[in-house]
Write a protein that binds this ligand. Structure first.
Ligand code: AP5
Length: 207
């Protein structure tokens, strides 16, 4: 099974993809997480990407496409994968056509109020990258690995506004792009994580 989870910043792509990939044995390919790992390790790619991510802008297509091309060839992708945060531009979507076929694109549609509330309460683990929300999790360390929780550099209010504007300009056109290919399904992303997950499961069961 090869899926794309599409949606604005904070829509809940990562949360749903993490749970879904674990349950169904699919590789979870988050381009945002891959870039954060490069940044944490201080690689050339990470240093280059930081300027873009901190500003809320997209990393250049060529860099991202090369990164995903390599990742999809890895062994853990043989049983299928979930692309979370890729593609984000029409150029990336066109490139993906040459890399792999896709079974379904799930567009997680959440209101702007929910996007802001979710991003402003998000906390990440510096050890394993797990994601929490202050409304449901009150510790300062991760319950999986004990790592310290931090606020993502690009979760500052000013940057979030840019990220949402960039989403509308560059990523939202992919909704029509994939609808035109008959691959798009939209789920209401305004419910709880559990409700969103169940809706995605119902759609995927029809593949
Ligand atoms: P990336 O990390 O992909 O960020 P994003 O797409 O902006 O998405 P988010 O991670 O903010 O949100 P999400 O939808 O995954 O929500 P989450 O599940 O975490 O990318 C970061 C940057 O990297 C980009 O800005 C860009 O610079 C660069 N980049 C990445 N990919 C790129 C690409 N393809 N091309 C170019 N540049 C690229 O949930 C958010 C919070 O809400 C969490 O706290 C969670 O616990 C909570 N939550 C989730 N679901 C629910 C729910 N249903 N109810 C209540 N709370 C919920």
């Amino acid at each position: 099974m090869k899926l794309i989870f599409l949606g604005a910043p904070g829509a809940g792509k990562g949360t749903a993809a993490e749970r879904f990939s674990e349950l169904y044995g699919l590789a979870h390919i988050s381009t945002g997480e891959m870039l954060r790992s490069e940044m944490k390790n201080g690689t050339d790619l990470g240093k280059m990407a930081k300027g873009y991510t901190d500003a809320g802008e997209l990393v250049p297509d060529a860099v991202i496409i090369a990164m995903v091309k390599k990742r999809i060839r890895a062994r853990d992708c043989e049983n299928g994968f979930i692309l979370d945060g890729f593609p984000r531009t029409v150029a990336q979507a066109d490139a993906l056509l040459e890399i792999s076929d896709i079974d379904m694109v799930i567009n997680i549609d959440a209101s702007i109020d929910n996007l802001i509330a979710r991003i402003s309460g998000r906390r990440m683990c510096c050890g394993c990258g797990a994601c929490f929300h202050t409304s449901r999790y009150h510790d300062e360390t991760c319950n999986k690995c004990g790592g310290k929780l931090y606020i993502r550099d690009d979760d500052k209010e000013e940057t979030v506004r840019t990220r949402i504007a960039v989403y509308h300009e560059k990523t939202q056109p992919l909704i029509d792009y994939y609808a035109g290919k008959g691959l798009l399904k939209t789920v209401d992303g305004n419910g709880t994580s559990e409700q969103v997950f169940v809706k995605i499961e119902e759609l995927v069961a029809k593949i």
